[in-house]
Design a protein around this ligand. Structure first.
Ligand SMILES: *Cc1c(COP(=O)(O)O)cnc(C)c1O
Length: 465
């Protein structure tokens, strides 16, 4: 008895396409997507023993279409406690930067056009003067991210030459950025000196030769070597480099423009002080502590920046107009020290007082507990936030979280409950990402500024049957 032989056959694809629901889906989402969903669901049906049911099939096609067209890159609530979370898009942009991006995205712009002279311009012109003003650099250029900035500096200044780096600074940053690998791809020969924990000026002195193209220092932002240690300061490296007419490049990673300690945050070298110590080129990210768009900024000596700009790789690594518009807007905010911390969300969130964060956690506690259901206990707990993006992972910021703990069950049941609750939070219209720690789900409220939007979507979900 063959089920295939006895069960009713489905209508042809053309007949299904003519159903009113399919016609509506085609009008909204386009025929190719609907056709793909119909074929996919038919294939699926052929592998099932059930008889064909029109209404059932139509619902399945609609669900498949909606899942195909649902936006994949979406806004979320970052309640992980890591402010500059690389997987969640790092720095949120200031309103001024968002408006600048929308303005240039909406039409033609002066991207490479000098409006004063009516001639061709350079896309770096929009940000270079600001970078120089804020860092004391002679010149600056910008590329897609800091990894690209490091690659471009190495390739422009030391191709087919040796680059001397301390063994204590051969860094790996999350996401496959490893200094030795970048160096090889840049066409440079890595010359390691010193030891993992101690490197001295004479290690560099002894390594310099006619083959040396660059001395390099990398800011070890995501780990710390403690105990019996020694590193060579920028000023000493600069003296050695300049005695041999070799430039010194420093990869700062985060590269702050402000004194972080004045904001009550852990110390982080500023771009200005790094240049003042004699560094010839500094590289740093646009979307770490700077709080701007993803970008890699190269600032330093005019002759070297000019050489870097002439490298054909610069063309391949350049930023788009939206990035430059956002970066210009963010740098302009740094021009006014009185407002920058308040207007740049990354700085505002990093310096948010614990009492304010706790208040936010208390505001959402009741509604969230009701939404989670009776099998959850909710309370506000003191926690530690991280800066993120490899910035000082060892230095933590006092914060407050809403803590959801399973009310009962054994260890395995509680773990399953925690996973299910995390999933429910991720399925909200504006997905909420927390972290699981010590048998509880923590929603660190440091980055929750819009608790209204957060609560509104709980009510919507709660009102569903
Ligand atoms: C983050 C970081 C990089 C990579 O920067 P991206 O902007 O993520 O490309 C390179 N070097 C250091 C020291 C960093 O901290």
């Amino acid at each position: 008895m063959s089920a295939q032989g006895t069960r009713p056959r489905p209508p042809s694809v053309d007949l299904i396409l003519a159903w009113p629901l399919m016609a509506r889906l085609c009008a909204i989402h386009g025929r190719p997507v609907v056709l793909e969903a119909i074929r996919d669901r038919l294939d699926h049906w052929r592998q099932q023993p059930e008889p064909f049911d029109d209404a059932h099939f139509a619902v399945a096609v609609e669900r498949s279409v909606l899942s195909t067209v649902a936006p994949s890159l979406r806004r979320v609530f970052n309640l992980t406690g890591t402010v500059l979370h690389t997987n969640l898009g790092r720095a949120p942009l200031p309103q001024e930067a968002i408006e600048a991006m929308v303005a240039v995205a909406s039409g033609a712009s002066s991207l490479e056009f000098d409006l004063e002279k009516g001639k061709r311009g350079d896309r770096d012109d929009h940000v270079e003067a600001w970078i120089c003003r804020l860092t004391g650099a002679e010149a600056a250029t910008v590329v897609n991210n800091n990894a690209a900035a490091v690659l471009l500096v190495l390739n422009s200044l030391a191709r087919r030459k040796e680059v001397i780096v301390s063994r204590g600074e051969l860094i790996e940053i999350g996401g496959a950025f490893r200094l030795p690998d970048i160096m090889a791809r840049a066409g440079c020969k890595l010359h390691e000196v010193g030891t993992t924990n101690r490197t001295h000026p004479h290690d560099f002195e002894n390594a310099v030769s006619a083959r040396t193209g660059l001395l390099m220092k990398a800011h070890t932002s995501n780990y710390r070597i403690e105990g019996f240690t020694a590193e060579v300061a920028e000023a000493d490296l600069a003296a050695i480099a300049h005695a041999h007419q070799i430039p010194l490049a420093v990869d700062l990673g985060s590269g702050s423009l402000l004194d972080m300690t004045a904001l009550g945050l852990p110390a982080e070298p500023t771009v200005r002080e790094t240049l003042e110590k004699g560094t010839d080129v500094v590289t740093f990210s646009g979307d770490k502590l700077l709080g701007g768009p993803q970008a890699g900024i190269i600032a330093g000596r005019a002759d070297l920046i000019s050489k870097i700009r002439k490298n054909p790789l610069k063309r391949a690594l350049r930023c788009d107009k939206q990035t430059l518009a956002a970066l210009e807007a963010v740098l302009r905010l740094y021009g006014n020290p009185d407002i920058v911390v308040e207007r740049v969300p990354a700085l505002r969130l990093l310096t948010r007082p614990e009492a304010v964060i706790r208040q936010t956690a208390e505001t959402i506690a009741g509604p969230l507990a009701a939404w989670a259901g009776e099998e959850w206990q909710a309370d506000v707990a003191p926690v530690k936030s991280q800066i993120g993006s490899g910035s000082l992972p060892l230095d933590l910021l006092s914060s407050a979280a809403l803590r959801l703990t399973p009310a009962g069950g054994n260890r395995r049941q509680r773990s399953r409950q925690l996973k299910a609750l995390s999933e429910r939070l991720r399925r909200l219209p504006l997905p909420v990402i927390g972290r699981i720690s010590e048998d509880a789900l923590l929603l660190d409220c440091r980055c929750l500024e819009d608790s209204g939007a957060f609560l509104a979507q709980l009510e919507v979900e709660g009102s569903e049957p």
